[in-house]
Write a protein that binds this ligand. Structure first.
Ligand code: FES
Length: 239
């Protein structure tokens, strides 16, 4: 029996291979599934649930769910997009995301996902948590207010950089990223070139001395919505 087969995504038949995740198969076919914790260079984590799709009628995380022969996937479906909109809105109210004054604005994946899902306001009250800013490293800033706990920095530091600089600590609303050293962020091993410094989807890990380096109008998502590198967003939505 061959290890390749087809699945249907929003009615479109695409090729998939045994062992692939839904995310991998759709990406290969030029179909974008929104994601936040997932990153092509990192092991899938399945924590943010932004990539939720319906697979054979069940809600699953596309970044961790393996494909199955004849699987029926709904990605651009109103119910799925409403779930994602809720998740994105909750991330906005849970942290302190002041986009107009954030250096990552225009290059931020959370902000871009908000735009993609037509999020204009949140239905929930903002929590405005009091969170620290760690500026102890000469070249890198850790801004806990903007962290969405995607864990990309944790996996990149552990699996790519081989350093384990970042870790999760705490539970529930107190869960946060911490630096695995008593010397705080000024970790002797943390370097500007580290993968962990470049994979943050929001403005939680920033390179200092860059400020607002790219003018408004030339930033990554100023003209093209997130996912445009994978597919065009002007396809008709499935209802
Ligand atoms: Fe799949 Fe975060 S992108 S759970």
């Amino acid at each position: 029996m061959t290890d390749s087969f087809t699945i249907r995504v929003d009615g479109r038949v695409i090729e998939a291979r045994q062992g692939q995740t839904i995310m991998e198969a759709t990406e290969q076919a030029g179909i974008y599934i929104p994601r936040l914790c997932d990153h092509p260079d990192l092991r899938a984590h399945g924590s943010c649930r932004i990539c939720t799709v319906l697979a054979n009628g069940r809600s699953v995380a596309a970044c961790t769910q393996p494909v199955e022969r004849d699987m029926e996937v709904k990605n651009r479906h109103p119910r799925v997009e409403a779930w994602r909109r809720q998740l994105i809105a909750m991330l906005f109210v849970e942290g302190n995301h002041f986009c107009p004054c954030c250096e990552k604005s225009g290059n931020c994946e959370l902000q871009a996902l908000g735009y993609l899902h037509g999020m204009t306001a949140t239905q929930h009250p903002h929590l405005f948590p009091r969170r620290a800013v760690d500026g102890s490293h000469p070249d890198i800033l850790l801004e806990h207010n903007r962290c969405v706990l995607c864990g990309r920095c944790v996996r990149a530091s552990r699996d790519v950089d081989g350093k384990q600089v970042f870790q999760f600590a705490g539970r529930g609303l107190n869960r946060h990223i911490t630096v695995n050293t008593e010397a705080q962020l000024d970790h002797p091993g943390l370097d500007l070139k580290d993968k962990a410094v470049s994979v943050c989807p929001v403005g939680a890990i920033l390179k200092k001395h860059k400020h607002y380096g790219v003018p408004v109008g030339e930033r990554k998502f100023d003209h093209d919505p997130i996912g445009s590198d994978v597919e065009s967003h002007d396809q008709d939505k499935v209802t």
